[in-house]
Design a protein around this ligand. Structure first.
Ligand code: FAD
Length: 242
Protein backbone atom coordinates (compact mmCIF):
# COMPACT_ATOMS: atom_id res chain seq x y z
CA UNK A 1 0.00 0.00 0.00
CA UNK A 2 1.28 3.46 -0.83
CA UNK A 3 1.56 5.92 2.06
CA UNK A 4 1.93 9.45 0.67
CA UNK A 5 4.22 11.82 2.55
CA UNK A 6 2.41 14.80 4.03
CA UNK A 7 3.03 18.43 3.04
CA UNK A 8 2.89 20.57 -0.08
CA UNK A 9 4.91 20.20 -3.27
CA UNK A 10 7.87 22.57 -3.17
CA UNK A 11 10.72 23.22 -5.55
CA UNK A 12 14.18 24.62 -4.77
CA UNK A 13 14.45 27.11 -7.62
CA UNK A 14 18.01 27.12 -8.95
CA UNK A 15 18.84 23.72 -7.40
CA UNK A 16 20.66 22.49 -4.30
CA UNK A 17 24.06 23.33 -5.83
CA UNK A 18 23.41 26.82 -4.47
CA UNK A 19 23.89 25.50 -0.92
CA UNK A 20 27.44 24.28 -1.62
CA UNK A 21 28.29 27.50 -3.45
CA UNK A 22 26.87 29.66 -0.64
CA UNK A 23 28.95 27.72 1.91
CA UNK A 24 32.04 28.16 -0.23
CA UNK A 25 31.48 31.87 -0.78
CA UNK A 26 30.17 32.57 2.70
CA UNK A 27 26.92 34.09 1.48
CA UNK A 28 24.15 33.70 4.01
CA UNK A 29 20.58 33.24 2.63
CA UNK A 30 19.64 36.60 4.14
CA UNK A 31 22.10 38.18 1.69
CA UNK A 32 24.57 39.39 4.32
CA UNK A 33 28.19 38.41 3.87
CA UNK A 34 29.36 35.80 6.37
CA UNK A 35 32.68 34.04 6.85
CA UNK A 36 33.27 31.58 3.99
CA UNK A 37 34.25 28.02 4.89
CA UNK A 38 38.03 27.77 4.85
CA UNK A 39 38.42 25.25 2.05
CA UNK A 40 35.58 24.05 -0.20
CA UNK A 41 36.70 22.31 -3.38
CA UNK A 42 34.06 21.61 -6.00
CA UNK A 43 34.61 19.49 -9.11
CA UNK A 44 37.08 17.12 -7.42
CA UNK A 45 36.44 13.51 -8.45
CA UNK A 46 37.50 11.18 -5.63
CA UNK A 47 39.05 7.90 -6.78
CA UNK A 48 40.36 6.40 -3.53
CA UNK A 49 40.06 6.90 0.22
CA UNK A 50 42.87 5.50 2.27
CA UNK A 51 42.51 5.18 6.04
CA UNK A 52 45.38 4.85 8.48
CA UNK A 53 45.98 1.44 10.01
CA UNK A 54 43.55 0.68 12.85
CA UNK A 55 41.00 3.34 11.79
CA UNK A 56 38.22 0.76 11.42
CA UNK A 57 39.03 -0.99 14.71
CA UNK A 58 37.34 -0.22 18.03
CA UNK A 59 40.24 1.86 19.41
CA UNK A 60 40.60 3.86 16.20
CA UNK A 61 43.79 4.96 14.49
CA UNK A 62 46.85 6.33 16.26
CA UNK A 63 46.64 9.97 17.33
CA UNK A 64 47.80 12.26 14.54
CA UNK A 65 47.34 9.62 11.81
CA UNK A 66 45.71 10.97 8.67
CA UNK A 67 43.32 9.73 6.01
CA UNK A 68 44.24 10.34 2.37
CA UNK A 69 41.70 11.25 -0.27
CA UNK A 70 42.93 10.68 -3.82
CA UNK A 71 41.46 12.88 -6.54
CA UNK A 72 41.44 12.30 -10.31
CA UNK A 73 44.26 14.09 -12.19
CA UNK A 74 45.89 15.22 -8.97
CA UNK A 75 49.13 13.56 -7.87
CA UNK A 76 49.13 14.55 -4.19
CA UNK A 77 46.25 13.23 -2.07
CA UNK A 78 44.29 15.53 0.24
CA UNK A 79 45.09 14.70 3.86
CA UNK A 80 42.55 14.90 6.68
CA UNK A 81 42.01 13.56 10.18
CA UNK A 82 38.38 12.73 9.45
CA UNK A 83 36.66 11.80 6.19
CA UNK A 84 32.84 11.79 6.09
CA UNK A 85 31.76 9.74 3.09
CA UNK A 86 28.46 10.89 1.53
CA UNK A 87 28.86 9.10 -1.82
CA UNK A 88 25.58 7.83 -3.30
CA UNK A 89 24.79 4.18 -2.70
CA UNK A 90 24.93 3.46 -6.46
CA UNK A 91 28.50 4.81 -6.63
CA UNK A 92 29.54 2.70 -3.63
CA UNK A 93 27.92 -0.39 -5.17
CA UNK A 94 29.67 0.18 -8.48
CA UNK A 95 33.06 0.40 -6.78
CA UNK A 96 33.97 3.73 -8.41
CA UNK A 97 35.86 4.80 -5.30
CA UNK A 98 38.40 2.39 -3.85
CA UNK A 99 38.84 2.04 -0.08
CA UNK A 100 42.18 1.15 1.42
CA UNK A 101 42.06 -1.03 3.42
CA UNK A 102 38.85 -2.55 2.02
CA UNK A 103 35.64 -1.69 3.89
CA UNK A 104 34.85 -4.14 6.68
CA UNK A 105 32.55 -7.03 5.61
CA UNK A 106 29.54 -5.78 7.64
CA UNK A 107 29.65 -2.44 5.84
CA UNK A 108 30.30 -3.88 2.39
CA UNK A 109 27.44 -6.38 2.77
CA UNK A 110 25.09 -3.54 3.81
CA UNK A 111 26.05 -1.66 0.64
CA UNK A 112 25.62 -4.79 -1.50
CA UNK A 113 22.24 -5.75 -0.04
CA UNK A 114 20.45 -2.43 -0.42
CA UNK A 115 18.76 -1.54 -3.70
CA UNK A 116 19.28 1.44 -5.98
CA UNK A 117 16.37 2.26 -8.25
CA UNK A 118 16.02 4.74 -11.08
CA UNK A 119 13.58 7.54 -11.83
CA UNK A 120 13.87 9.49 -15.05
CA UNK A 121 12.47 12.68 -16.48
CA UNK A 122 11.98 14.34 -19.83
CA UNK A 123 11.97 18.03 -18.94
CA UNK A 124 10.63 20.50 -21.50
CA UNK A 125 10.87 24.28 -21.60
CA UNK A 126 8.06 26.01 -23.50
CA UNK A 127 7.65 29.63 -24.36
CA UNK A 128 5.56 31.06 -21.46
CA UNK A 129 3.01 32.35 -24.00
CA UNK A 130 2.58 28.78 -25.32
CA UNK A 131 1.56 27.05 -22.06
CA UNK A 132 -1.26 24.77 -23.26
CA UNK A 133 -1.87 22.66 -20.15
CA UNK A 134 -3.87 23.62 -17.01
CA UNK A 135 -1.61 26.21 -15.38
CA UNK A 136 -2.46 25.52 -11.72
CA UNK A 137 -2.61 21.71 -11.51
CA UNK A 138 0.55 20.27 -9.93
CA UNK A 139 0.25 16.93 -11.73
CA UNK A 140 -1.36 15.72 -14.96
CA UNK A 141 -1.93 11.98 -14.85
CA UNK A 142 -3.07 10.39 -18.11
CA UNK A 143 -4.71 7.02 -17.51
CA UNK A 144 -2.61 5.31 -20.18
CA UNK A 145 0.95 5.73 -21.33
CA UNK A 146 4.45 5.80 -19.98
CA UNK A 147 4.39 9.23 -18.31
CA UNK A 148 2.93 11.33 -15.52
CA UNK A 149 3.45 15.07 -15.95
CA UNK A 150 4.68 17.40 -13.20
CA UNK A 151 3.68 20.98 -13.87
CA UNK A 152 6.76 22.85 -12.66
CA UNK A 153 5.30 25.99 -14.25
CA UNK A 154 2.85 26.07 -11.32
CA UNK A 155 5.76 25.80 -8.85
CA UNK A 156 7.77 28.74 -10.21
CA UNK A 157 9.69 27.35 -13.20
CA UNK A 158 7.89 29.30 -15.89
CA UNK A 159 7.09 27.27 -19.02
CA UNK A 160 8.53 23.99 -17.66
CA UNK A 161 6.56 20.76 -17.98
CA UNK A 162 8.32 17.63 -16.78
CA UNK A 163 7.39 14.11 -17.89
CA UNK A 164 8.07 11.53 -15.14
CA UNK A 165 8.68 8.11 -16.61
CA UNK A 166 6.39 5.62 -14.85
CA UNK A 167 8.23 2.93 -12.90
CA UNK A 168 7.53 -0.06 -15.11
CA UNK A 169 8.70 1.81 -18.24
CA UNK A 170 12.03 3.11 -16.88
CA UNK A 171 14.27 0.61 -18.69
CA UNK A 172 12.28 0.87 -21.91
CA UNK A 173 12.63 4.68 -22.03
CA UNK A 174 16.31 4.63 -20.94
CA UNK A 175 17.01 2.47 -23.99
CA UNK A 176 15.49 5.08 -26.34
CA UNK A 177 17.53 7.85 -27.92
CA UNK A 178 16.81 11.37 -26.69
CA UNK A 179 14.79 12.11 -29.83
CA UNK A 180 12.75 8.89 -29.49
CA UNK A 181 11.99 9.59 -25.81
CA UNK A 182 11.01 13.18 -26.58
CA UNK A 183 8.75 12.14 -29.50
CA UNK A 184 7.15 9.50 -27.25
CA UNK A 185 6.36 12.16 -24.62
CA UNK A 186 5.00 14.53 -27.27
CA UNK A 187 2.70 11.84 -28.63
CA UNK A 188 1.29 11.29 -25.10
CA UNK A 189 0.75 15.06 -24.79
CA UNK A 190 -0.98 15.13 -28.19
CA UNK A 191 -3.30 12.32 -27.03
CA UNK A 192 -4.26 14.58 -24.10
CA UNK A 193 -4.32 18.09 -25.61
CA UNK A 194 -4.65 17.40 -29.36
CA UNK A 195 -3.77 20.32 -31.65
CA UNK A 196 -3.06 22.67 -28.74
CA UNK A 197 0.35 21.02 -28.26
CA UNK A 198 3.29 23.07 -29.58
CA UNK A 199 7.02 22.32 -29.77
CA UNK A 200 9.08 23.25 -26.70
CA UNK A 201 12.07 25.57 -26.97
CA UNK A 202 14.30 22.82 -25.60
CA UNK A 203 14.18 19.53 -23.74
CA UNK A 204 16.43 17.32 -21.63
CA UNK A 205 16.24 13.56 -21.11
CA UNK A 206 17.81 12.15 -17.92
CA UNK A 207 19.43 8.73 -17.48
CA UNK A 208 20.34 8.64 -13.80
CA UNK A 209 21.41 4.99 -13.78
CA UNK A 210 24.13 5.88 -16.30
CA UNK A 211 25.37 8.99 -14.49
CA UNK A 212 28.78 8.07 -12.99
CA UNK A 213 28.22 10.41 -10.01
CA UNK A 214 24.83 8.99 -9.12
CA UNK A 215 24.29 5.52 -10.66
CA UNK A 216 20.60 5.59 -9.87
CA UNK A 217 18.08 7.91 -8.27
CA UNK A 218 16.56 6.41 -5.15
CA UNK A 219 17.96 3.91 -2.72
CA UNK A 220 15.58 1.42 -1.12
CA UNK A 221 15.54 -1.50 1.27
CA UNK A 222 14.71 -4.59 -0.82
CA UNK A 223 12.66 -7.44 0.59
CA UNK A 224 15.01 -9.76 2.48
CA UNK A 225 17.81 -7.22 2.88
CA UNK A 226 20.00 -7.71 5.91
CA UNK A 227 19.01 -5.62 8.90
CA UNK A 228 22.25 -3.82 9.60
CA UNK A 229 23.17 -0.32 10.70
CA UNK A 230 24.76 1.76 7.92
CA UNK A 231 26.81 4.66 9.20
CA UNK A 232 26.52 6.70 6.01
CA UNK A 233 24.35 9.66 5.13
CA UNK A 234 21.62 9.51 2.51
CA UNK A 235 17.99 8.47 2.16
CA UNK A 236 18.83 4.77 2.42
CA UNK A 237 19.66 5.41 6.10
CA UNK A 238 16.03 6.32 6.87
CA UNK A 239 14.15 3.04 7.23
CA UNK A 240 10.88 4.83 8.05
CA UNK A 241 10.49 7.02 4.96
CA UNK A 242 12.45 5.06 2.38
C1 FAD B 1 14.64 12.43 -10.69
C2 FAD B 1 14.78 12.38 -9.20
C3 FAD B 1 13.76 12.85 -8.40
C4 FAD B 1 13.88 12.82 -7.03
N1 FAD B 1 12.85 13.32 -6.28
C5 FAD B 1 12.96 13.36 -4.95
C6 FAD B 1 11.94 13.95 -4.16
O1 FAD B 1 10.94 14.44 -4.67
N2 FAD B 1 12.08 13.96 -2.82
C7 FAD B 1 13.18 13.43 -2.23
O2 FAD B 1 13.28 13.48 -1.01
N3 FAD B 1 14.17 12.86 -2.95
C8 FAD B 1 14.09 12.82 -4.29
N4 FAD B 1 15.08 12.26 -5.04
C9 FAD B 1 16.18 11.61 -4.35
C10 FAD B 1 17.18 12.63 -3.84
O3 FAD B 1 17.65 13.41 -4.92
C11 FAD B 1 18.33 11.86 -3.24
O4 FAD B 1 17.82 10.98 -2.29
C12 FAD B 1 19.29 12.81 -2.53
O5 FAD B 1 19.82 13.72 -3.46
C13 FAD B 1 20.41 12.00 -1.91
O6 FAD B 1 21.29 12.89 -1.28
P1 FAD B 1 22.78 12.47 -0.99
O7 FAD B 1 23.44 13.67 -0.39
O8 FAD B 1 22.82 11.19 -0.24
O9 FAD B 1 23.41 12.14 -2.41
P2 FAD B 1 23.58 13.05 -3.68
O10 FAD B 1 22.64 14.22 -3.68
O11 FAD B 1 23.56 12.12 -4.85
O12 FAD B 1 25.04 13.67 -3.47
C14 FAD B 1 26.18 12.90 -3.65
C15 FAD B 1 27.27 13.79 -4.23
O13 FAD B 1 28.44 12.99 -4.39
C16 FAD B 1 29.05 13.39 -5.60
N5 FAD B 1 29.94 12.32 -6.07
C17 FAD B 1 29.62 11.12 -6.61
N6 FAD B 1 30.72 10.43 -6.92
C18 FAD B 1 31.77 11.21 -6.56
C19 FAD B 1 33.19 11.06 -6.64
N7 FAD B 1 33.76 9.96 -7.12
N8 FAD B 1 33.97 12.09 -6.18
C20 FAD B 1 33.42 13.23 -5.67
N9 FAD B 1 32.09 13.42 -5.57
C21 FAD B 1 31.28 12.42 -6.02
C22 FAD B 1 27.91 13.66 -6.55
O14 FAD B 1 28.34 14.47 -7.63
C23 FAD B 1 26.93 14.36 -5.61
O15 FAD B 1 27.18 15.75 -5.59
C24 FAD B 1 15.03 12.28 -6.42
C25 FAD B 1 16.08 11.81 -7.22
C26 FAD B 1 15.95 11.88 -8.61
C27 FAD B 1 17.10 11.42 -9.47
Amino acid sequence: MERPLSGDHELVLGGYGQVAKALRDGIHPDGKYKRPLRDVRLGHVVTKISRPAGAAAAGGAKRGAVCKVYVKNQKKPIEAHVVLCTLPLGVLQHGDVAFEPKLPPFKQSAIDNLGMGTENRVAMLFDPADVFWPEDAHFLRPVRGRYTFANLHALGLTGVLCAWVRAKHIEEVEAMTDVEAFEDVMSTLRSMFRERVVQPREYKVTRWSQDPFSRGSYSYVPVGAFKVRIPYTGPHTNAFAW
